[in-house]
Design a protein. Sequence first.
Length: 430
Amino acid sequence: MNNNNSKSAFKQAQEVIPGGVNSPVRAFKSVGIDPIFVKKAKGTTIWDIDNNEYTDFVASWGPLILGHAHDDVLKAVADAAANGTSYGAPTEIETEMAEQIVKMVPSVEKVRMVNSGTEATMSAIRLARGYTNRELIIKFAGCYHGHGDSFLIKAGSGAITLGLPDSPGVTKSTAKDTLTADYNNLESVAKLFAENKDQIAAVIVEPVAGNMGVVPPTKGFLEGLRELTKDNGSLLIFDEVITGFRLAKGGAQEYFGVMPDLTTLGKIIGGGLPVGAYGGRKEIMDMLAPLGPVYQAGTLSGNPLAMAAGLTALKKLDETPNAYEDLEKKAAFVEAGFRLNAKELGMNVVLNRVGSMMTAFFTASEQVTSFDEAMTSDTGKYAEYFKNAVENGLYIAPSQFECLFISMAHTEKDLEKLIKGNRKALEAVK
Ligand code: PMP
């Protein structure tokens, strides 16, 4: 595979952009190869600037559940752009978008649009603190909630991939307000509540962890969090930036039947444009300015292009018959193929999957239900696996601690290519 153009583009980028990228994971640092510079994409195919072709299972890290450059989304964006790109004034499509979210996400009665998942989580904890008049929050080791200061404490995603779960630049006084518990360990949460009586504003959790690789909630975990937060007068925040509109129309809260007080959304909600949102019960959301005293704002929030793309994507998901059943079937097919490959090759790979999100952990551990178990993974092996997959035309996450995403655009041929590529890559790392 010829990567000369990508290599020289990366060199040039590094002169003027820190690390050559605008988000660390894109640099492929942990897998030891230069990143692929993308020229264009359509459906499930990405072409790089050397004209190599890849079948994509990263989906821009989750948003592209309809595939790249979906015709309806492109048309909606073009139509919106023809009328202007930003007004900084209310538009009807913002209400339509809010109505669509309220319709789809069961616990959300009112919603505020922002521009990224990071903004959504930052704003949600400010609101939780304002509402409860308390200062502490609990997060889980290995969960990632964007790069807000309060969340760069034992953070997942690129932060663990690069070995930087606690970032310099976060002040001690900010860090002390974030307590960390262990995922799937209710006792660790109960202990923090007992030690910090009447001080915890909220517990924030990825209802399915996706940023230490996929780690599903064990039976009773989410229900237990609901109970503990309720009993202690704290809010429960589901960070559904990945799971929202991916596991079901109503996200993980619908999938597991557990209702949070606040929900943060991102990725799919923008149809591939920069969008985030947070929402929840009316009496909490009405604490926000201009109605209430908790301040949060955004020059480009509710941007007409972003709303057009996002609303089109959400409507498509809402209106396509059996969208989530089909995604489940496709993903189950991939899981079965991966399991058979590992079995036939006599390899221990732990496969965690919920709906269309999946991770294959290269670990000797029998299961991955916690951050500690995820950390037993052999990242060197993953790097070799990744390189082989890329050589064979598969674009997968350049880190053990991320998800593989199946989209509505994936065809049987794409999935078979993935399973075959998995087999080849497993053979290469055996
Ligand atoms: N929360 C979760 C669960 C995420 O996975 C991410 C991003 N991967 C974020 C928040 C932050 O979103 P963004 O990158 O849009 O700021």
